[in-house]
Design a protein around this ligand. Structure first.
Ligand code: ADP
Ligand code: TRP
Length: 322
């Protein structure tokens, strides 16, 4: 059975784009392999400087993922910082990583350009990511296109270790890029992203969520006039939640005219609210059982540590610190 591993940075409240782009694909992988999923809070430190905020995002992400169907009986689910081996392996990897390799990192340059401080931690972020992956002998790493380069770097670093300390010291992982995961549009029609302030959060209250949906930007075509469904953010979002028939009906009503955007948005809200209802109910249960969530993360960390220790025993022996 293949080991499939991925990490999610707890750097904001999860939104509808995260659900369709990351959470649902991960939940669907359960059963297709041995799934390892962790909350990359050490990585999040490169962008979050507020302890209370990081704590809250990490906890929220754990609860939201469990509510969305992450099953701890089938998936090893833990918080990165609970397994100190990630940091230990990172150091060893950094001793063979050419600085020039990091200098080619596109994500680092992007983040600095967007205003993040050019700290060493941000610079060596890909080495920590390599450690996350190599520590568990992962076979497959499902990631978005933006993470491809980090996966290439992970392989380069593993090759360097194997060349230096012997073949078989570390296992080379493969990236699994899902082309079919569509980009979910935000309220303004751009990609939904916390950095653009155009998100609908997954588990907002009813009033706020309705207000967000009603604020979707539309053109100023009058109610009576025909409208173009292909350019409509409302239709694009509705497709995620409604049946084919309901989507076809909304598209026909766009073309026919006589129905305003307000009505379409209202219908989108209803469909979205209903879609997430079972997950919302599960989340309410989880919120009432804080100890359960702690237990899940603690057990997950113990299972992860056991696997990680085996790799580290191999690595420590290979480099001479056993
Ligand atoms: P954000 O853009 O809000 O900062 P992240 O970069 O933290 O989100 O993304 C976390 C995960 O969610 C990644 O796997 C990313 O590909 C996915 N994701 C984020 N926004 C979208 C979106 N609008 N459509 C599809 N997937 C998304
Ligand atoms: N860098 C990834 C992102 O921003 C998160 C991440 C950290 C990760 N460690 C990982 C993803 C290991 C896959 C494997 O989305």
């Amino acid at each position: 059975m293949k080991r499939i591993l991925t990490g999610l940075q707890p750097s904001g409240t999860l939104h509808v784009g995260n659900y369709f782009g990351a959470i649902r694909p991960m939940v669907d992988l359960q059963g297709q392999g041995e799934v390892f999923l962790f909350l990359a809070d050490l990585h999040a430190l490169t962008s979050t400087r507020d302890a209370a905020e990081l704590r809250q995002y990490t906890r929220e992400a754990a609860i939201d993922l469990l509510a969305c169907g992450l099953d701890p009986a089938r998936t090893v689910f833990w918080r990165q910082s609970d397994v100190a081996l990630h940091a230990e392996l990172m150091w060893i990897l950094s001793t063979v990583t050419p600085k020039a390799l990091m200098e080619r990192a596109v994500a680092y340059k992007d983040k600095v350009q967007k205003g993040l401080p050019a700290d060493v931690g941000l610079f060596t972020y890909p080495i920590l990511q390599a450690a996350d992956i190599l520590l568990y002998d992962a076979d497959l790493v499902p990631v978005g296109k933006d993470q491809m380069q980090h996966l290439e770097m992970t392989r380069d670093i593993a090759i360097k270790i194997n060349e230096t300390y012997g073949e078989g010291t570390l296992k080379l992982p493969e990236a699994q890029v899902s082309e079919e995961v569509a980009v979910v549009p935000g309220l303004d029609g751009q990609k939904m992203s916390k950095s653009y302030g155009n998100t609908v959060v997954l588990f907002g209250d009813e009033k706020t969520t309705r207000k967000r949906v009603m604020s979707i930007v539309t053109d100023s075509t009058p109610l009576e006039a025909p409208k173009d469904p292909s350019g409509s953010t409302v239709v694009a979002l509705y497709k995620l939640f409604a049946s084919k028939e309901d989507v076809a009906r909304m598209e026909d009503e766009h073309r026919a005219g006589g129905v305003g955007y307000g009505t379409f948005k209202q219908r989108l809200f209803e469909a979205m609210w209903e879609f997430f209802a079972p997950m919302r109910a599960r989340r309410e249960e989880l919120l009432a059982r804080p100890d359960y969530v702690n237990d899940v993360l603690r057990d997950g960390a113990a299972r992860a540590r056991e696997v990680g220790e085996r790799t580290m025993a191999r690595v420590r022996a290979a480099v001479g610190i056993d």
